[in-house]
Structures are given as structure tokens and as C-alpha cells.
Design a protein around this ligand. Structure first.
Ligand code: CU
Ligand code: CU
Ligand code: CU
Length: 526
């Protein structure tokens, strides 16, 4: 196992100003966390600091090097976190040479003690890591909360400081620390991104899992939850309100997961308008959310599909309006980094833009979306599973879902139903973020496939399996001729065993002329 430099982490609830100056020389690295100044009276806060400072100090990596004295100067930097378009999450320098610089390059000499205070400029989760020096601050979230880390720059080189919240460093929340001078011969060489320490650790043990959350709720959207047809009306203005809600939900029996949703269910609500309508769109991000959220609707003609103007921090609301210029069935999804993380976690849905005069009437309409989930723990693990950024970047999912949870649409409550003789239409989309669906209904043939969800082209007819890419959709229609249980699948059938199946239960009289067997039915699909 790699031996890290000794680190101390101090967490206090006190304002920065009320803390006593730390004895830097005795500590190679430390972190102090402070709440926003407004939260406490200075005198009380000082008491709290004294108390919390004592109880929360912990030696993370032993005391082998604790006696080493820093010999150089104390170099202090303040970084404020920011949130914007490009980069989406970033640090900005406060004071001194780095004032106003985005992701400033910090400098120090070998032997200097480096103290970096990170102040939260936005009420979002961030932390500060510098693996090369064993620095890993606690996460801060509240506006104006701050955390201070301190370490001795004991080796020369170019190192990266960054935030470890998924997606933040990847989308720009990182900068350089340049340390000049000569290092001791025994000091490990600096690596250019500071991640070597993590990757050279002992072989990974089985990922830990917490007990399933007893308060987890169903996040499954009923596939019958489809808005009424627009029909034959003139274009108008339609107001749409949606709320981004982070929720602990049931992924499978005995298995829970922290989902991100639009309006609490997966997929988000189906939006139904007509071509020529103007949509006045409002996105709220629920109080208590940890992440910012946004929306990109593929039906939008305009910057980011709306995402440029809807990056919404917890507790706030954004809006924009757009005219639906093109008929079709379109995916919408959150477009806040890490985007695939937000999509995978449940932030996707469909918006149907009907052509003039509406769609041909059918007897039943259903709304189904496919996605995949990347959990640290293997498929089938019971407990409260956690997201794996690593598996997501390798496109190696554990779960595949229709409407948010493993096997959800095979339950009585959520199965699709029809009577023999009826025509069924399925609005089907793929949130993904990565896997393409080979949509197939076992025992049926799609009479019509509106390929690529194009509603202005003639549909394909008599199709067994149709391809639906991530961020794409299709509209399929078929008449139910024979009673029985039909299984909607992605014909990449390994996924069937990882949660991807939906039932269509057809009731009615046997149709021996079309299908007949003297054997007892076993209800098997394939
Ligand atoms: Cu961050
Ligand atoms: Cu989001
Ligand atoms: Cu998109």
C-alpha cells in the first residue's frame, strides 16, 4: 500500500474569521471547513470552533512524518467556486496575482506551506483535491461556506488541483499548482495529474453497500400516463412547468438508488403539443437538491435546446420559450455536467409535437423509455446502490430499465394492456445515456414503425425489430390479434436478464385461425 503523507482534517461549523490560526508547521496537510458567516454569532461560533476542532481532528495517515518541519514560506491562496456556461463549474482566484482568473495556476517553492481556502460562490457541492499531497477536503455545499486545506510542498513538479464531484473536473473545474526548486532525493516524483496515488492502491475489494433506504419510493412512471391527443386545433401558447427532484427510489426488490427525476418519476412527464405551438417552459430545481439541473429538449430550435438558459441551482427557477417548428417525437434530458450521469440517473423524457390535424386515432397509447444505470455494486446486489463514474465512462452498465426500475413494467400495476382487435401505439424513447435499443415485441410484428420518430415520413410497415439510438425515439403501432402476454424487449437480450422487459397483456377470445396449440401455455416469450 502506498504511504501517504500525514493528513489532518479539521471540520468546524465556525465562520472563517472566528477560527484560531492553525499551527501549520506541525501538520503536513489539513482541511478546515467553515459554515457561511451569517449562521452564527462570532462568540458562539468561536466556542463551536474550539469544540468541533478538538472532536473532529483525525489523523488520516498516521504520524510518521508529523515531526517534519516546514522550512519555507506560508503561501496562501483563495479560490471561489463558480457556475456558468463554459466551463460549467470552475474556480476563480480571489485576491493577489490570481484575482479574477478562472482556474488560476498557483505557484510555490519546495518547502513552502501552501494554504488554499475554497469559498463556495454558488450553493452547489464542491470539494478540493490535490492527490499528489494527500489533500482531500470535505464537500461543501452552502453558499459562502468555505474549506481550507494546508500542506507542505515537499517536491517539485506540476500538479493538478480539482473538484472530485462527478463531472466537475472533467468539465473544467481544475487548475495547476507549480512547485519549483529541488526536492529531497527520496521524494516521489510529481505526476502530471495527481491521480497516481489512487490508481496504485491495493487491489479493489468488493464495493461496500449501505442498507436499502427504507424511505425509498417508487419512481416508475405508469406507461399509461400519456396526455390526451392535441387533435385538430390551431397553434397556441402552452405553458409547461417541470421540477427537477432528486429522490431515493426503488431500483429493484430490496435495492434502492438515488435517482434524479423530472417531477419525481422516470421518465419525466410526456409533453404533448402541436407544430406551431409556442411553449413557455419553466424549470424549477427543488429545494434540497444537491445538484444543479437543466433541460435540453430536442424539439427546440435554439441554443442548447434550452439548456443554455435553464442551468438551475437548487431552490430556483429558470424559463425560456420556443416555437415547435418541426413535428416529431423528441427526447428531452437534463444537460448539466456530468450530462451522462444526470441522464443515467433518470433525467429524460419525451415531447411529442403533433403534425397539423393530429395523429391518426388508436385505441391505446403507451409511453416507455429505456435507459441504463451504472452502479458500483454488481447487478442484483441488495442495499442502497451508488453511482459509478468509472463504469459510466467505460459504458459498462449494471442495470437496464424501462421506465426507471428493473422489471418495473412486468408488474401488474404497470403492465400495458389491450383487448384483442385494438390498435396499440407505443411512444418509445431511449434516454441512454449510451446504449442503443433494438426494440422488439416478442410474438408481435409492428404494423407501422415511424422510423427515427419521424412523423412526417411514411411509416415503415411490418417490422420485427427497430433501432432506437440514445437521444432518439420511435413511434410503433400494431393491432393485437391474439390474446396472451407479450414481452417488449431490447433484442440485445443479455439486457433482459438485467431488468429490461415490459409486458403487454392482451385479453380476448382465442383466435385459433391465427394461432393455435394443443399444448398448455407456459407464458414464455422466447
Ligand atoms: Cu465541484
Ligand atoms: Cu440534472
Ligand atoms: Cu440531447
Amino acid at each position: 500500500m502506498l504511504v501517504l503523507l500525514p493528513i489532518r482534517i479539521e471540520i468546524t461549523t465556525a465562520p472563517v474569521a472566528a477560527e484560531s490560526t492553525a499551527n501549520a508547521s506541525a501538520r503536513e496537510a489539513q482541511a478546515k471547513l467553515a459554515s457561511p458567516p451569517a449562521e452564527a454569532e462570532p462568540a458562539q461560533a468561536a466556542d463551536a470552533a474550539a469544540e468541533a476542532g478538538v472532536t473532529a481532528v483525525s489523523d488520516v495517515a498516521g504520524s510518521a512524518g508529523a515531526a517534519r518541519q516546514a522550512q519555507g514560506a506560508l503561501v496562501e491562496y483563495t479560490l471561489k467556486t463558480g457556475f456558468g456556461q463554459n466551463p460549467q463549474n470552475f474556480f476563480v482566484g480571489v485576491g493577489g496575482d490570481i484575482d479574477g482568473q478562472v482556474n488560476p495556476t498557483l505557484t510555490a517553492d519546495v518547502g513552502d506551506t501552501v494554504r488554499i481556502t475554497m469559498v463556495n460562490g454558488v450553493p452547489l457541492q464542491h470539494d478540493l483535491h490535490l492527490e499528489a499531497f494527500g489533500v482531500a477536503s470535505p464537500i461543501i455545499q452552502a453558499q459562502d461556506q468555505s474549506v481550507t486545506v494546508e500542506f507542505v510542498a515537499d517536491k517539485p513538479g506540476e500538479f493538478e488541483y480539482h473538484c472530485m464531484i462527478p463531472g466537475h473536473a472533467d468539465t473544467g473545474m481544475k487548475g495547476k499548482l507549480l512547485i519549483s526548486g529541488e526536492g529531497p532525493a527520496s521524494a516521489p516524483a510529481g505526476d502530471d495529474h495527481g491521480m497516481a496515488a489512487e490508481h496504485s492502491s491495493a487491489p479493489a475489494a468488493a464495493p461496500a453497500v449501505n442498507p436499502a433506504n427504507p424511505d425509498a419510493v417508487s419512481i416508475v412512471r405508469n406507461p399509461a400516463d400519456v396526455p390526451a391527443p392535441v387533435g385538430d386545433r390551431d397553434p397556441t401558447t402552452v405553458r409547461v412547468d417541470m421540477t427537477a427532484v432528486e429522490v431515493s427510489g426503488l431500483l429493484a426488490d430490496g435495492t434502492t438508488y438515488s435517482f434524479f427525476t423530472f417531477d419525481g418519476q422516470i421518465p419525466g412527464p410526456m409533453i404533448r403539443v402541436r407544430v406551431g405551438d409556442t411553449i413557455d417552459f419553466h424549470l424549477k430545481n427543488a429545494d434540497g437538491s444537491v445538484y444543479p439541473h437543466s433541460i435540453d429538449l430536442h424539439a427546440v430550435t435554439g441554443p442548447g435546446g434550452g439548456a443554455v438558459f435553464t442551468q438551475t441551482v437548487p431552490g430556483q427557477e429558470t424559463s425560456f420559450s420556443f416555437k415547435a417548428l418541426n413535428a416529431g417525437l423528441y427526447v428531452y434530458h437534463c444537460a448539466t455536467s456530468s450530462i451522462p450521469h444526470h441522464i443515467s440517473n433518470g433525467m429524460y423524457g419525451l415531447i411529442l409535437v403533433e403534425p397539423p390535424g393530429g395523429l391518426p386515432p388508436v385505441d391505446r397509447e403507451y409511453y416507455v423509455m429505456q435507459a441504463e444505470l451504472y452502479t458500483e455494486q454488481p447487478f442484483g446486489t441488495q442495499g442502497d446502490l451508488t453511482f459509478s463514474a468509472d463504469k459510466m465512462s467505460h459504458e459498462d452498465p449494471e442495470y437496464f430499465t424501462f421506465n426507471g426500475a428493473a422489471g418495473a413494467l412486468t408488474q401488474d400495476e404497470f403492465a400495458m394492456r389491450a383487448n384483442v382487435g385494438e390498435t396499440v401505439r407505443i411512444f418509445f424513447g431511449v434516454g441512454g445515456p449510451n446504449a442503443t435499443s433494438s426494440l422488439h415485441l416478442i410474438g408481435e410484428i409492428f404494423d407501422r414503425v415511424y422510423d427515427q420518430a419521424s412523423l412526417t415520413s411514411n411509416p415503415l410497415t411490418d417490422v420485427q425489430t427497430t433501432t432506437v439510438p440514445p437521444g432518439g425515439a420511435t413511434m410503433v403501432e400494431f393491432k393485437v390479434e391474439v390474446p396472451g402476454r407479450y414481452i417488449l424487449v431490447d433484442h440485445a437480450l443479455s439486457r433482459l436478464e438485467r431488468g429490461l422487459a415490459a409486458y403487454l397483456i392482451a385479453d380476448g377470445d382465442e383466435q385459433a385461425e391465427i394461432f393455435h396449440s394443443d399444448m398448455p401455455a407456459n407464458m414464455a416469450g422466447h
